[in-house]
Ligand binder design. Sequence first.
Ligand code: EPS
Length: 372
Amino acid sequence: MKLIKAGESHGEAMTGILVGVPAGIPVDKEKINADLKERNFAYGRSSRQLAESDVIGLISGLFDGKTNGNDIALSIKNDVRTVSSGDESSDKCADGTLPPLTKLRPGHADLPGIVRFGFEDARAVAEGSSARNTCIDVAAGRIALSMLEGLGISVAAFVRAVGKTSDESDYSSDALKDLHAPFFTPSDSAAKSFKEETDKVAKNGDTVGGIVELRVCGVKAGIGSYTAESRVSGAIARDLFSIQAVKGVRFGDISFSLGLYGSEYSDELQFDENAKRVKTSRSGGIDGGMTNGAEIKITVAVKPLPTSKKGVPSSDVFGNPVLSAKERADVTAVFALCSILRARLAITLCDLITKDFGCDNLSSIAARYNER
Ligand code: EPS
C-alpha cells in the first residue's frame, strides 16, 4: 500500500491516490471527516484551521461502503486560497496569483528549494512543501486503520513533550485507546502543562517542538525481514520522516538510555499456545528488522516550526540582508502530528502486511495472518 500526494497549500485542493489496497476494507466517510477535524483542532494551530472545513471526497475505489480493490483517489478542497502574513492580513495579487516570497525563511524549504528548482521566488516552494498535504495522510490513514482493525491491530499516538515540559508516565495500551484533540494525552495534568507551555510560547511570538510517541498493539512476530531492503524499522523510519517537521524517529521504550547493559536491555521471550513473541518492548517491538510480537513503541522528535512572526535575520533570493518574510504559522505541530503520524504509520504497516500476507481481500488476509 502506498500513498501518492499532490496539491499546493493554497491551490484548489489537496489530493492523493492510495494504491495497493485490498478489497473488503470498511470505509466510513464520517470517521474520515472526524479524523480531519482532529487534525484541524489540535492545539497550537494557526487561524487557517478555523477557516478550513476539510471534508473528504472519495473519487474511486469503493463499492457498497467497502474498498473494491481499485486504487483510491482522495480529494480535500482548500477553502482558503490566499496566504496570510504574520499579522494575519490575507494576500493575493490582483490577477489571482499568490504574492512572491523573496525574503527567505531560515529553517524552511525556501533556500534549498530555490536552488533545487532554479527559482528566484520561493512561493512555489512554500506551497509545495507545506504540511497542508498531511490532511491527505490523515484521510488515507483512516482506511489503513480500518484494515488494521480487521486484523486486531490498533495504533495510538500521544504527546510526550512540548518544549520544556514532558510527561514520562508509564501508560498501558488501554489508557491510550481513545485520545483526542486538542491535547492527545491521557493525563489532565500533562494537558495543563502542555497548554501553559504552548500559550507562553505563543505570547512571545515564538514556536515550539516536542515529542510524539506511537504505540501499535496486536502485531504478530515475523513481519518484514532482516535483509537490508525489507527491514520494518527502515520502512517505518523512512515514512515517518516523509512528514514535515519530523527530525527524529527512535524505536524502543521511553526509558531506553545508553546506560543500559545488554542484559538489562534485551526483552524476555514468551511462548504460549497461540504465539511466539517477546514479553516486553524495550527494543520497540522490532528485532533484526522484523516485528517480534511485542507492542511497537516509537518516539518521534518534532522540530519547532521555523516561521517567525517577528522575522529573523536572513537574505533575500539575491543574497541581500533582510528580515525573513512574516507568514502565518502554527505555534506548534506536535498535537496535530498525533493524528498525522498515527495515520502515516498505519499506511506503512498495511504496506508491510500486504507484502507478507497478500493484497486480495481483507478476509483472506485476516485468515492467513491469524494462522501465523
Ligand atoms: C497547514 C496549513 C498552512 C500552515 C501549515 C499547515 O496554512 P497557511 O500557510 O495558510 O498558514 O498553517 O503549514 C506548515 C506547518 C508548514 O510547515 O508549511 C495545514 O493545513 O496543515
